[in-house]
Design a protein around this ligand. Structure first.
Ligand SMILES: C[S@@+](CC[C@H](N)C(=O)[O-])C[C@H]1O[C@@H](n2cnc3c(N)ncnc32)[C@H](O)[C@@H]1O
Length: 310
């Protein structure tokens, strides 16, 4: 398989610039995917530099390992969940690093493989697990979760206006027969929506199920705290997110590190003594250019934020 077919990396120049790579440093790509970003990082490392690439998906590990096979001496590829970053790094005797990259979400390969069930545009089983670590499938969520819980997921993780009526319809339909394919789910969702609303709602419902199945928000929260501990000063944390829930978590986390003071606003000077642990290296968010979006439409929702450990 060719690189571009597996996944075309987004914001490559911006990732490299914001990582401010030291040629002899240790870097972690927590979302290796097809290895596109990793390959660019490797080009900037000398023979004493090192990269650790992590992914929870067997196919990504297989593909990236082959792509980066000439770099074997300077790269460790690990299968696992980045929520266990400290433990994964300890398994290769690494306790601190100079930069961490996260390019969240799913790869093109995952979306385009219909048997994985990520896309409402392909017919496939309702799976949506990024790796075997995920304990439940989307089929389980859709057929077992109580109506209220489904509505909550669609509202919170999908920001879907019609969350309650879609959840109600799912519960009615699954009483007749189990819902096991992406097609069945989109048919059910369609029946509750105005025609012009359908595609957007499919995207939101599928996003919500994917977040729930893969525990995406908790994984990200867990990673953020570990990343701060693992970074050397002035190491950089660079994160690309693709939906507002992830972006909000990253933004809030950075805000807390940059201004941790908990004193009431009326205090003229800080009395809590909490000092900043990071500084922002992006002003607001970095977005793909119109040229990048035109040549790779999947980059359109990407938002990059980066901060440096003090
Ligand atoms: C957008 S792709 C990354 C693409 C990559 N930057 C490239 O250049 O090809 C996201 C990857 O992160 C992986 N992933 C998502 N959540 C993960 C997690 N919690 N732990 C490990 N890998 C994860 C997915 O399996 C997927 O391969």
């Amino acid at each position: 398989m060719k690189n571009a077919e597996f996944h075309r990396p987004v914001l490559v120049d911006q990732v490299i610039a914001h990582l401010a790579i030291k040629s002899s440093g240790i870097y972690v790509d927590c979302t290796l995917g097809g290895g596109g970003h990793s390959q660019e990082i490797m080009k900037r490392l000398s023979c004493s530099g090192k990269l650790v690439g992590i992914d929870c998906d067997d196919r990504a590990i297989e593909f990236a390992s082959e792509r980066l096979q000439n770099e074997k001496d300077r790269i460790s590829i690990l299968k696992g969940n980045f929520a266990q970053l400290t433990t994964l790094l300890a398994s290769v005797n690494i306790v601190t690093v100079d930069g961490i990259l996260l390019d969240l979400g799913v790869s093109s390969f995952q979306i385009d493989t219909s048997e994985r069930g990520f896309s409402y545009m392909n017919t496939g089983p309702l799976d949506m697990r990024m790796g075997e670590g995920a304990k439940i499938t989307a089929e389980h969520v859709v057929n077992v979760y109580p109506e209220q819980e489904l509505a909550r997921i669609f509202k919170e993780y999908g920001e879907e206006r019609y969350a309650r009526s879609i959840a109600r319809k799912i519960v009615q339909e699954r009483a007749r027969a189990p819902i096991s394919s992406t097609q069945q789910l989109t048919d059910i969702v369609s029946s509750k929506l105005p025609f012009q609303q359908r595609i957007k709602s499919f995207a939101r419902i599928f996003q919500a199920l994917r977040i729930e199945v893969n525990n995406e928000l908790d994984n990200l929260k867990s990673l953020l705290n570990q990343a701060l501990e693992l970074l050397n000063s002035p190491g950089r944390l660079v994160i690309i997110s693709y939906h507002s829930l992830e972006d909000r978590l990253v933004k809030e986390f950075f805000k807390k590190q940059i201004n941790p003071c908990q004193c009431p606003v009326e205090f003229p000077i800080c009395a809590c003594g909490k000092k900043p642990t990071m500084r922002l290296v992006t002003r607001g968010v970095v977005r793909p250019s119109t040229e990048e979006i035109a040549s790779n439409p999947r980059s359109r929702s990407a938002k990059l934020r980066a901060a440096e450990k003090l």
